[in-house]
Design a protein around this ligand. Sequence first.
Ligand SMILES: NC(=O)c1ccc[n+]([C@@H]2O[C@H](COP(=O)([O-])OP(=O)(O)OC[C@H]3O[C@@H](n4cnc5c(N)ncnc54)[C@H](O)[C@@H]3O)[C@@H](O)[C@H]2O)c1
Length: 296
Amino acid sequence: MNDSFPPSGLPADSGLPAAVGVLGGGRMGAGIAHAFLVKGADVLVIERDEQSAEAARERVESAAVKSIERGVVDANLDEMVSRLTVGVDYDAFAGRQLVVEAVPEDWDLKVTALRGIEERLADDAYLASNTSSLSVNGLARELKRPENFLGLHFFNPVPASTLIEVVLGERTSPALATAAKGWVEALGKTAVVVNDAPGFASSRLGVAIALEAMRMVEEGVASAEDIDAAMVLGYKHPTGPLKTTDIVGLDVRLGIAEYLHSTLGERFAPPQILKDKVARGELGRKTGKGFFDWPS
Ligand SMILES: NC(=O)c1ccc[n+]([C@@H]2O[C@H](COP(=O)([O-])OP(=O)(O)OC[C@H]3O[C@@H](n4cnc5c(N)ncnc54)[C@H](O)[C@@H]3O)[C@@H](O)[C@H]2O)c1
């Protein structure tokens, strides 16, 4: 690995790369940048234009302030923020040891972005995508060094979530697989290692339960409240599958179900009730109504 960056805030044995890059400083990218900053890495966030870069800086800094105020992080804000660089030029990725791509979930956008990053990285640097549904093997096939590429599926909101899916492509090197598990641990989170497959582990299982819950509402088996209560009280789910669907967004879940239907078969066919609600604009919490009402 390239070691030309002084690990400014990083303990020698942290197990994290000292110089990390993040492409796209939106909801997830800002959270990922914050996660590495908190543990002492130098973090570079690259955005698509100056205005987005400024917004990304604000998101990361605001996460840093909140984590210190809440006492979750014992760090000096100025020192932490001094290790953050935000810009718009991909050339700045040169010398980064790990770059995590977190641009929107669009195949062409991701491929162009990943290729653009790869050509600026050293041969031994690592590249990860935070994709939540695209094929890691498919993306790897678009790259020159697929052995240095994998999926790092962070969860939203990143600071509060302890899970990261480490998604291995067929050509991901064993060295990278081992390193990635170490990074996740060093970030204070838990790695679930998944061989690339549609929906990875989390979305596939989460959506399967949610689709069955929707079919049960459709068939009049029980109310949405009671179906969720069965999972919360009986199986210790923190929120029921239908409330989770409302929070994630019915449109988002429909998109994932359609993708899983096309890749994994009939068992993921979206129920009519889901399609109808999306068509009526009942998208869950963000629109005030989904399987439940969400008064503003
Ligand atoms: N939001 C979630 O709950 C969630 C959870 C897990 C994974 N993901 C995945 O994370 C990725 C990002 O999602 P998000 O919710 O953070 O999206 P977002 O829209 O909040 O952020 C995307 C950011 O990328 C920037 N961007 C767009 N094109 C760019 C380019 N060419 N170069 C640099 N920056 C560019 C945008 O300006 C924006 O700030 C997606 O692949 C998504 O599937 C999202």
